[in-house]
Design a protein around this ligand. Sequence first.
Ligand SMILES: C[S@@+](CC[C@H](N)C(=O)[O-])C[C@H]1O[C@@H](n2cnc3c(N)ncnc32)[C@H](O)[C@@H]1O
Length: 436
Amino acid sequence: MVVELAVDRVVAGGAGLAEHEGRKVFVPFAAPWERVRARLVSSKRDYAVARIEEVLEPSPVRVEPRCPLYGRCGGCQFQHISSEGQLVVKKLVLADALQRIGKVFTVVRNCAGSSEPWHYRNKTQYPLAEGPRPLVGFYRAGTHQVIDAPACLVHPPAFDRLRRDFVDALERSREPVYDERSHRGNVRHLIVRGTGRELLAIVVTRTGRLAPTLVESLAASPGVAGVVQNINPDRTNRILGPRFRVFAGRDYLEQRILGRRLRVSAPSFFQVNTAAAEALCRKVLKHLAPTGAEHVLDLFSGVGMLTLAVAGFVRRVTGIELDPDAVKDAQSNAAANDIPNCDFVCGDVDRAIEAVEHADAVVIDPPRKGCAPATLDRVAALRPKRIVYVSCHPATLARDLARLAGHGYRVRDVEPVDMFPQTFHVEAVASLDWTG
Ligand SMILES: C[S@@+](CC[C@H](N)C(=O)[O-])C[C@H]1O[C@@H](n2cnc3c(N)ncnc32)[C@H](O)[C@@H]1O
């Protein structure tokens, strides 16, 4: 059935939201404040999903998407919304999640725009599939079908060239491409990371060596700092397996943040947008507003990006991080940058926090799933004067802020950061004060 819909707003997950005959209708690729003619493609008791057939009255923030893959590739769901419009949408999505999920009513600040809303990514993960030539591209939206991606507008053009070199070398090498349905074949993903000197990771199922021609020609590509192999023998959606092996060059990349050079080894997490990561460090410091006397706890500290950013302004910082490679990176980053007043604990935050006896302030930057309730309870029991919570998932942020509020913390304000332009993802920094 084709219906006319008024799209009032865009919601978490990126779809427009409209109403039809008393039911909510989600409209992917709609912009806020527009009228569309759309076909109802799926219908449930409480809601329906509609596909746009025609935009009748375009939103004032609707623009022509730049990428030929827009709508087919699973990324960049917001290319039809202007950069300024995306910032407004993200602020509204964040405020909505805080109020609806967490009953957190607080100031949500404007999202400052990115200096570079295109070509900003320092990491791209390409899945592979068999084709007349090996297909190295992106998943079609909502599927695991790989589509060819000769160019992408959110990562640097150098990545496109490396992808092309990889396809040529893979074809020459005759290494079999992995097929996830039959779980046969070998080469399953190519990961490119870096901002200038790139690190390539080839994800394979078998432990054996890859064809030397493949590795040698990749290592010889201009701008390649290292080639590593990751072995993932499992039938899984998880991209990386537990083991890495260096093929050529180095097994880490370097990132520059606030004038510091940070080492990030192949398995370690790093924010995908280096310029926005730097902005994030500044915002964390601003929200922390340290006096210089604090002992700060940095939970989920990764390679120490936030730890080191904070260290110069406080008495001491202790980072806690699960990934041993990231902890080694953090220790080496502290030493290389001559920052003596920080230390790192390798362990699960949920357990390691039990041993912490004191913190004047706490920075929390968990994965998307947020924090365990007991961990938040323990943080609150330490009675830090301020907590700064960095999140890439508004729903879990709202849930966790509500829990901390239940312990007597007031959410002072929340500020979005434009970490993922062209996509619906929202990064945010929240600050909480002890009011007890
Ligand atoms: C969003 S990243 C933040 C990293 C760092 N703050 C930064 O900005 O680069 C989350 C980090 O938490 C780590 N992590 C995930 N689960 C953990 C856990 N249970 N305990 C400790 N660290 C964990 C991940 O390895 C990752 O480095």
